[in-house]
Design a protein around this ligand. Structure first.
Ligand code: HEM
Length: 160
């Protein structure tokens, strides 16, 4: 009887548990916020200008939705684990905007080395990011500060 109760309880728990999106495993790497590729802004102002973590989540999701739907970029993302990309990119942007969080993803050079991204494709993704920031209502001066923070990463992202 008690076994049956345990089974029912365990089943109820499993049903009640929120669906957690599965990420695919990646090759081992050393976790460090230095992998984010830039020194974060200090203070609360930048994150507030992006409407906090929720604002960043909306911006990253919108940027990636636009990118995977773009005929010029679609192919690049065809084998990508989008669950992982959405999580790590949100983490990276929130970290760079100055939140007291760690970035747990890989570094920009390792991550992009086999993606074969060119300058035109880099620029298209940045345009999608700009549209996403516009839609979120982020003021231009803050948009430009984030873009300036990301721009030097181009040398690690663009490989052809
Ligand atoms: C400054 C610009 C960029 C930043 C900050 C950035 C950031 C990131 C991050 C955080 C990841 C995930 C890291 C991890 O899995 O540990 C990633 C992966 C990826 N990025 Fe970027 N990215 C940039 C530009 C681009 C561009 C321009 C493209 C293509 C047009 C691109 C395509 C990809 C793809 C396909 C992956 C998945 C790689 C894989 O499946 O292993 N990224 N990027």
């Amino acid at each position: 009887m008690s076994n049956l109760r345990t089974l029912i309880f365990a089943t109820a728990l499993a049903v009640a548990a929120p669906a957690v999106a599965e990420e695919k495993p990646v090759d081992p790497y050393t976790q460090s916020s230095a992998n984010a590729g830039a020194i974060p802004f200090t203070g609360d102002q930048m994150l507030a200008a992006f409407h906090g973590r929720d604002g960043v989540a909306r911006i990253v999701d919108d940027t990636l939705d636009r990118s995977v739907a773009d005929p010029k970029l679609r192919e690049i993302f065809h084998a990508t684990d989008m669950e992982r990309l959405r999580r790590t990119l949100k983490e990276q942007v929130v970290y760079l905007l100055g939140a007291p969080v760690a970035y747990t993803g890989r570094d920009m050079k390792t991550t992009h080395k086999d993606q074969g991204i060119n300058t035109a494709e880099f620029n298209i993704l940045v345009e999608h990011l700009q549209l996403a920031m516009d839609k979120e209502g982020v003021a231009y001066r803050y948009q430009n500060q984030l873009l300036a923070k990301l721009a030097p990463m181009k040398r690690d992202v663009v490989t052809r």
